[in-house]
Design a protein around this ligand. Sequence first.
Ligand code: FAD
Ligand code: DLZ
Ligand code: SF4
Length: 516
Amino acid sequence: MTARTPACLVLVLGDQLSPDLAALRAADPARDRVVMAEVASETGYVPHHPKKIALVLSAMRHFAEELRTAGWEVAYTRLDDPDNAGSIPAELLRRAEEAGTTRVLATEPGEWRLIEALRDLPLDIDMQEDDRFLASHARFESWAEGRKSLRMEYFYREMRRETGYLMQGDSPAGDQWNFDHDNRAGPPKGGADLFRAGPMSFTPDAITEEVLDLVGDRFGENFGDLHPFDLPVTRTQARRALSHFVSTRLAGFGRYQDAMLSDDAYLNHALISPALNLGLLDAREVCDAVQAAWEAGEVPLNSAEGFIRQVIGWREYVRGIYFLEGPDYPRRNALNHQRALPPLYWGAPTQMACLSAAIGQTQRLGYAHHIQRLMVTGNFALLAGINPAEVHEWYLSVYVDAFEWVEAPNTVGMSQFADGGVIASKPYVSSANYIAKMSDYCQGCAYSATRKTGEGACPFNLLYWHFLTRHRERFEQNHRMGRIYSTWDRMAEDRRATILSEAERFLTRLSAGDPV
Ligand code: FAD
Ligand code: DLZ
Ligand code: SF4
């Protein structure tokens, strides 16, 4: 490092790898010094999947090189640096002392934990809002103000109007805001998937290889396979992966958005969340690419709309909720679920083919698509009454795209209903029926999706009714759930008793750690 005294330090976190980051824009490369640090507190706040740690560290090292090439001085601390102070605040203090300054420019972190830790430091921190998102905190708060319920759909329509994506004047393209009804096809049969290109694969360079050795040594015991590692780690690679998705899989994205196949982890999904969340891709450039493909007639409207809704709708909305609801949000437990997360989530064998497939691919890839997360692993945890804090920690650990601002609302709110209905108007629960319709999992399962009780009955069928009866008081007045309770009430009493006692037996075995 040069002896030059910087006017201030510019903090860049591992998920702030964007050249136009607010703190970098506010700083001067001729005067200020960037601080980046690989630290044990970030690699260890949950047992991250090894691929996720490798992705973050490799992307950080590549970004530091990019910044140096662009003329920045970068004080970069590696995880194995003997002077490493072990946490972001401690590293910042060490670098401040070294540089002889107390002035820091930072961009608001995406997690309350770090925001609070930075606030407590005896440094003069100028915290910039993270404007890589379309909706500022003020914008989201003004949308939420005075509303009885905060449903994503209405927020999304405002984002469409404000961004102009898929708009024709004041009207939505195709005179419809949302094409979800066209986007619920089951999995393609037979050869249809033979023609679908998988995501792009990137060969690790020397920087990534060095990170892979470090991660293998230090985090090899964490749940998840480090190898093969082929994720994009630079902006250039992420842009190539985006173009490849748009030209090969976007057209079928909408139709097969909710489908699940044992032998195809990705189907038509984009796999861009890791690059987006790290800052290698910008939400606007992603949506611009999709809009352009639709305008050129290369993809149908239902696919373009389905995709843009995820990015300008869901992604912005969950971030808004995370910051609106405050630091206690990830610890909420509205349904008072207390069961421990069963070992099968960490790879213990299970005969339930859907869980085995979703968790197995999570272990291999650090990836599962939305419906696998919501309607397989999430659905099971909710039906079985698993403590949402443990479910939250699992999702935050095992997915390469997991950062609390986006993971917690999806898990605690959308999936586990632990926020009491801030996000979801009713719990996302289903019996085996939904999984049988949307996947090929049930065909090879030891349980039967059509059996409701007795030997081989699918646990989802038992637990579905157990969940609904134990939370009847809360949900029977919900106008979207009344019909379900009427169905239950019409069942013969002895059948209802059998379902509930078999569900209890299953839950006892689950809690005892017996294989299920
Ligand atoms: P695609 O299906 O191709 O969608 C395109 C993009 O839209 C995604 O890359 C993502 O940026 C955005 N998107 C889609 N759905 C959502 C959503 N519900 N919330 C926010 N953005 C969305 N997403 C994360 O990025 N990080 C997480 O930690 C995360 N945890 C989740 C936990 C649970 C329980 C559930 C149900 C969902 C979670 N999601 C999370 C949302 C979603 O599952 C992932 O964004 C998506 O699977 C990423 O894969 P993809 O890039 O192939 O997405
Ligand atoms: C996820 C992660 C990991 C594994 N390691 C680091 C790190 O060593 N240094 C760093 O600056 N950031 C890391 N991150 C990302 C942070 O955890 C992330 O910035 C916060 O959770 C806020 O979203
Ligand atoms: Fe999952 Fe039940 Fe289908 Fe087996 S039968 S794959 S447990 S839904």
